[in-house]
Design a protein around this ligand. Structure first.
Ligand SMILES: Cc1ncc(COP(=O)(O)O)c(C=O)c1O
Length: 361
């Protein structure tokens, strides 16, 4: 529970908050662009997070391994490339509330969305609809539209979007649940953002998952704007799958490696259809180069290719900072910062009447 603060709109007060901020030392772990001789006030972490100062060294380490070890780098060195992706399981698990075998770091977000939809969108003539939030990020809209067409359905009929009430900007959880219940016999998938990229609304992922599972449909989340931003408990909530990118709130670099969550209850369901590749093959036998795909247990079974180590190196450097800072501490701070901004906007003599706050913390 975040303690309530009596805010004051003064520099002295803001500086006092800064000096008591347990996370203040982390600012110095990132490069902050300098604009016209001054450090920028960077409000674009929702698009591209700042570079951790440790990222360059992490990449150079792998470059050195490549230079000196060449192919042996897969098997020796501080962190052999063959198992490099496994070191993400713990830190990612802490961020999204997942067990180690429920997550895998791989590919990019939209590619992962397609891979997971290949498994969790298996429409039948009775159950073929996908429910989304209206105004989902366009890549998700295109992915869903193309999946629907791929299976021979009409997007106009198969895609349902929940809209805010007239005059409102955000979605009411009860409205989402109502639509799920109204289409209970025809829904194949509920696919929502964890946080809407445009409004910033944090959806009630627990309630959406419960409602979806109650009517027997799969439930998946796009966590692009949620991971590294808000704490989550995907395992406990029971979501079937989730996907995310790492270049926004996870500070892992432009186009860096993404990730996927697949709930434990699907971990050894080898009959679940999927689009496979050799890196998802049973690790112990992968180099047997045999015919007939045998998936690895858990989310690892959805991997296609060997991982992009240089991108994973920056990802690792960034996640080390998250592990140290702790997602709950980050969330406490973001609530305080946003609360303070809200206070300033609401009480500012000139701004207040021009600004509409659409979400209250
Ligand atoms: C919510 C959301 N989904 C999907 C994407 C697309 O991600 P990518 O280009 O990494 O596939 C983005 C990118 O900003 C996004 O914000």
């Amino acid at each position: 529970m975040v303690q309530r603060i009596e805010f004051e709109n003064t520099l002295t007060f803001a500086r006092r908050l800064d000096s008591g901020d347990p996370l203040r030392k982390f600012r110095n772990r990132f490069y902050i662009p300098v604009v016209e001789g001054r450090e920028a006030i960077y409000l674009c972490g929702n698009s591209l997070g700042l570079q951790p100062k440790s990222a360059r060294e992490a990449v150079e380490r792998e470059m050195l391994h490549w230079e000196t070890l060449a192919v042996e780098g897969h098997f020796v060195g501080r962190q052999p490339w063959l198992t490099y992706h496994k070191q993400f399981k713990e830190p990612i698990g802490q961020l999204i509330g997942a067990l180690p075998h429920e997550t895998v770091v791989m590919n990019n977000l939209t590619a992962n969305l397609h891979l997971l939809m290949a498994s969790f969108y298996q429409p039948t003539p009775q159950r073929y609809k996908i429910l989304m939030e209206a105004g989902a990020f366009p890549s998700d809209q295109y992915a869903v539209e193309s999946q629907v067409k791929f299976h021979g359905f009409d997007p106009a009929e198969a895609i349902l979007e929940v809209l805010p009430r007239t005059g409102e900007c955000t979605l009411r959880t009860e409205a989402i649940i109502q639509v799920i219940e109204a289409h209970k016999d025809s829904l194949a998938l509920v696919l929502f953002g964890g946080i809407n990229y445009y409004t910033g609304q944090v959806f009630d992922m627990k309630a959406i998952t419960e409602a979806g599972r109650k009517v027997g449909t799969y439930v998946g989340f796009d966590l692009a704007h949620a991971i590294g931003n808000v704490p989550m408990h995907l395992h406990d909530w029971g979501a079937d799958f989730a996907v995310w990118c790492s270049y926004k709130y996870l500070n892992s670099g432009p186009g860096s490696v993404a990730g996927a969550f697949v709930h434990e209850r699907h971990a050894d369901n080898a009959s679940l259809l999927r689009l496979a590749g050799w890196w998802g093959y049973d690790e112990g036998a992968r180099f047997g180069m045999q015919k007939g795909f045998k998936p690895m247990y858990g989310a690892d079974g959805w991997q296609l290719s060997n991982g992009p180590i240089l991108l994973m190196a920056t990802h690792k450097a960034a996640l080390e900072i998250f592990e140290e800072a702790g997602i709950n501490n980050l969330r406490d701070k973001s609530i305080k910062l946003t609360g303070y901004l809200e206070f300033i906007l609401r009480t500012h003599p000139l701004l207040a009447s021009h600004i509409r706050i659409i979400i209250r913390i």
